[in-house]
Design a protein around this ligand. Structure first.
Ligand SMILES: [Ca+2]
Ligand SMILES: [Ca+2]
Ligand SMILES: [Ca+2]
Ligand SMILES: [Ca+2]
Length: 362
């Protein structure tokens, strides 16, 4: 598709900044006092062009206080705001219905993934971004509008239907690239595929919107053997140890569920995902983390002073290690060593991830 989002990063930063402020939303009534618009919960005006469209979460519960999940907006033709543009993802074959109500002479239209207007009822021809334009007709006044947008039907992996929602309702696929759809009424899509023992299984899932979809792999005995549960894109690999029909579950983190929001958590959405499966080659087995042995802390501290002119501090440190960390009668005892008198921050292994990987490799 040829649509460019020149304001995408700006909107994204704006949304992130709002979330880190712990989501202190202003209601529509409050914001109208100082003339700030609050289009569908963003506390700002939606973009006036298709290239500056902002995300609307069509597949999620309506909530006027959460960016992208509201349906109310404002147009002010007297102040050059004649257009509000929104975007969302949908799969080929899904149907979109859009409508608008307002006291003013406003209308709306769906635009497809190549930027062509297609009316208010549209069966998607190409998987990707779809758009809604809300616009004021000539000579109409300033006012508010209420939007309605419905996505119906599914076409997961080009089957014409939704992929099953449990381990007994799986869609059979082969290696290749597919598209699918999840939303607040459809939390899971299950797929199966045949694998020979020794073959690597590689699965990539990438949500199109800012969403959190995860991958869970089940062996032919229907036992969960591995999961990838990062934000945004997930890549799972696993060496098959049994020949037969393996299964994956793709599921959605319900970002709209306020009870499940950790601090600073991004408000993940629903929508289209890309699924890529390849079978064969060498896959790495998952890293099994060893459990931490039980340790007994000792109330003592070894202090080593920095001595840049000699090696005294290095030898003191080495001498302190066996006294600070030792096993006696099968139990491990640990106490801290403090190396003081220097404030250079090393530039290696400074992140938790780097340190964790270093320790795993070690
Ligand atoms: Ca507006
Ligand atoms: Ca606008
Ligand atoms: Ca689905
Ligand atoms: Ca499903």
């Amino acid at each position: 598709y040829n649509i460019l989002f020149d304001d995408e990063q700006k909107n994204y930063n704006y949304e992130l900044a709002k979330i880190t402020e712990k989501i202190k939303y202003i209601s529509i009534e409050q914001s109208s006092f100082d003339g700030i618009q609050n289009d569908i919960g963003y506390n700002t005006d939606a973009g006036d062009r298709i290239q500056s469209s902002i995300p609307i979460y069509a597949g999620e519960p309506i909530n006027e206080n959460i960016p992208g999940r509201g349906r109310s907006g404002t147009l002010e033709p007297s102040n050059k705001d004649t257009d509000d543009w929104y975007r969302f993802s949908a799969c080929e074959g899904q149907n979109i219905q859009a409508s608008i109500t307002s006291d003013q002479d406003y209308d709306c239209e769906i635009w497809n993934s190549v930027g062509t207007p297609v009316g208010i009822s549209y069966t998607v021809e190409a998987t990707g971004w779809q758009f809604i334009q809300v616009y004021a007709k000539e000579n109409s006044g300033d006012g508010e509008y209420q939007m309605s947008i419905t996505i119906s039907g599914q076409n997961d992996a080009e089957t014409g239907v939704d992929s099953g929602d449990n381990i007994n309702q799986v869609t059979k696929i082969e290696g290749g690239k597919y598209s699918g759809y999840l939303d607040h009424n459809d939390h899971e899509d299950w797929y199966s595929f045949d694998v020979n023992v020794g073959d690597g299984i590689f699965v990539r899932v990438e949500p199109m919107e800012k969403s959190d979809y995860d991958i869970h792999l089940y062996n032919p005995d229907d036992i969960l053997v591995h999961s990838e549960q990062f934000y945004d894109e997930d890549n799972l690999e696993y060496p098959s140890d049994i020949s037969g029909t393996w299964k994956i579950k793709i599921d959605i983190f319900p970002g709209w569920d306020l009870n499940k929001w950790p601090d600073n958590y991004f408000l993940y959405g629903s929508g289209v995902y890309e699924l890529e499966l390849s079978i064969g080659g060498d896959a790495n087995p998952p890293i099994i983390t060893k459990s931490q042995p039980e340790i007994i802390p000792i109330a003592q501290t070894f202090i080593v002073d920095n001595d840049p002119s000699t090696s005294k501090d290095e030898y003191s440190y080495l001498a302190a290690v066996p006294a600070a960390n030792y096993v006696e009668n099968g139990k491990r005892y640990v106490s801290p060593i403090v190396y003081q008198g220097i404030d250079i921050v090393p530039n290696w292994f400074t992140s938790i991830d780097e340190t964790t990987q270093y320790l795993l490799d070690d």
